[in-house]
Design a protein around this ligand. Structure first.
Ligand code: HEC
Length: 198
């Protein structure tokens, strides 16, 4: 897997805009070991969630399985955060959960870089991106692992006119601000994101 070193524009702007109390933002390449450790945690989240989701869809149907994404996904992320002491979560290119699914500035840059890399032929499910950033908040490893849309995801993230009525009804009630429909198979859905204090 390839990683790239680019300095997010927003970070540069933030560094310029701090005026007198200027805190210089330093961006460095992440070490291979840091990337490997982060990748393992991201993979654990994806594997555990994917397993629960498939099991639930098979046993209870898609509408009932919304609770897997709603309750179990944040639970798995919270458990991993607790185990590692890092912040582990998921963000979307278009968010369903308006509170937790919207990327921050670094994560938005990571998603933008994934979109660019896909234009150059990389596959959504193999891309990752990591940087060590030092700013006024301290020194952190930022890591993002791209998430691609698989056929099973279309049940709840596909084009609105293909989503079953029961699923649609649950989504409208639980997520009135839902942006996360209209995806196609293979498309970039978002990323598993990790922020790790160093
Ligand atoms: C049964 C319906 C359902 C299926 C199937 C489903 N999702 Fe979701 N997805 C949801 C719900 C509901 C949320 C909001 C969860 C929350 O509140 O944190 C969500 C949130 C997400 C998020 C977090 C960002 C955001 O928009 O809030 C990502 C990333 C995501 N889904 C990816 C996927 C992928 C990839 C698949 C296929 C492997 C998939 N989903 C399958 C219902 C589903």
């Amino acid at each position: 897997m390839k990683t790239q070193l680019i300095i997010p524009l927003t970070l540069l702007l933030a560094a310029c805009a701090t005026g007198e109390t200027k805190v210089e933002t330093k961006v460095e390449a992440a070490q291979p070991k840091q990337i490997e450790e982060s990748r393992a945690v991201a993979k654990t989240l994806a594997t555990q969630l994917g397993g629960k989701l498939k099991e639930s869809i098979n046993q209870n149907g898609p509408a009932q399985s919304i609770s897997v994404c709603k309750e179990i996904a944040p639970q798995i992320a919270a458990d991993l955060s607790k185990q590692t002491g890092w912040q582990v979560s998921r963000v979307g290119t278009r968010a369903r959960n308006a509170k937790t699914g919207v990327p921050n500035a670094w994560q938005a840059e990571a998603l933008a870089s994934f979109t660019e890399r896909m234009k150059n032929g990389e596959k959504a499910d193999t891309m990752e991106f990591a940087q060590v950033v030092t700013d006024s908040t301290g020194k952190h490893l930022h890591y993002a692992k791209a998430i691609a849309i698989q056929p099973v995801c279309l049940t709840c993230h596909g084009p609105a006119d293909t989503i079953a009525e029961g699923v649609k009804a649950r989504l409208i009630t639980d997520y009135p601000l839902d942006q996360a429909t209209g995806y196609k198979e293979g498309e970039l859905r978002g990323a598993v994101v990790i922020t790790r204090p160093l």
